[in-house]
Structure formats: structure tokens, C-alpha cells
Ligand binder design. Structure first.
Ligand SMILES: [Zn+2]
Length: 134
């Protein structure tokens, strides 16, 4: 695939991107109250604990909302593309891209599952595509 602007990676988010490189979707879990949170951050917004571990998401969920950015156009995206908010089955929400579906066919509530897209510069990003009914 082509290149893509890399997300900012910080000590707080490094575990997430390390997991993505291994094709694992790791979600931060508070050790104080058990709440999941994403994107990763140092302190639990519910109980203020700074102690946390991770759970591995099964990578399935439903589209909560989505948009298709049109302007301004950047060279590191192929247009049209879909930015989706996905409600993971584990109970937290993640911003990602929706791929493998025509923009006109994307719907709220659509069941999706994660896949991993590799870019030329070594970047790996989680992206969601519709679950294929079997
Ligand atoms: Zn907590």
C-alpha cells in the first residue's frame, strides 16, 4: 500500500501501537474500577486511578457514526475514505477507518471487524471492514 501520515505515538499510547504491529487490538483497562478507555490516557476518568492493564479486543463491533472528509484533501489519503466511530463489543469506542465498503453502502449499526493495513514506511493501522455473513 502507499504511505500514510503516522499517528502521534507517546509513552501513553505506545502499548496500543505495539499491539497493532502484532495485529492485536489492546484496550486500556483501569485496575481500580475495571472501566475500559480509549484512546489511552494516564488516568481513569471515572475513579482517577493511574494503575491500568490491557484487554485484547476481539476486534468486532458496530458503526456508531461515520464521516467522509472531502476538504481539504491531503496527499496521504485516497479519496473518498470513511472515518468511523466503532463501538467495540467489549464496551468502548474507537476512531478508525471503514474500508471494504462503498461510501453509499456504509450504515450506522453496520457490523464490522478489524483488519490491519500495512503501509510502505512500516506503519500498521487498524481499520474496520463489514463482517461478511457466513
Ligand atoms: Zn477507574
Amino acid at each position: 500500500m502507499s504511505t500514510r501520515l503516522s499517528p502521534s505515538m507517546t509513552p501513553d499510547t505506545q502499548f496500543f501501537w505495539d499491539g497493532v504491529r502484532e495485529h492485536r487490538l489492546l484496550i486500556q483497562r483501569c485496575c481500580g474500577c475495571g472501566a475500559l478507555r480509549h484512546p489511552p490516557r494516564p488516568m481513569c476518568p471515572r475513579c482517577n486511578s493511574v494503575v491500568w492493564d490491557t484487554v485484547e479486543s476481539a476486534g468486532r463491533g458496530a458503526v456508531f457514526s461515520f464521516v467522509m472528509p472531502h476538504h481539504p484533501q491531503y496527499p496521504w489519503f485516497e479519496y473518498p475514505y470513511i472515518v468511523a466511530l466503532v463501538d467495540l463489543d467489549e464496551g468502548t469506542r474507537i476512531v478508525s477507518n471503514l474500508v471494504g465498503v462503498a461510501p453509499d453502502d456504509a450504515t450506522i449499526g453496520m457490523r464490522v471487524e478489524v483488519g490491519y493495513e500495512h503501509f510502505d514506511d512500516g506503519l500498521v493501522l487498524p481499520m474496520f471492514r463489514p463482517v461478511v455473513a457466513s
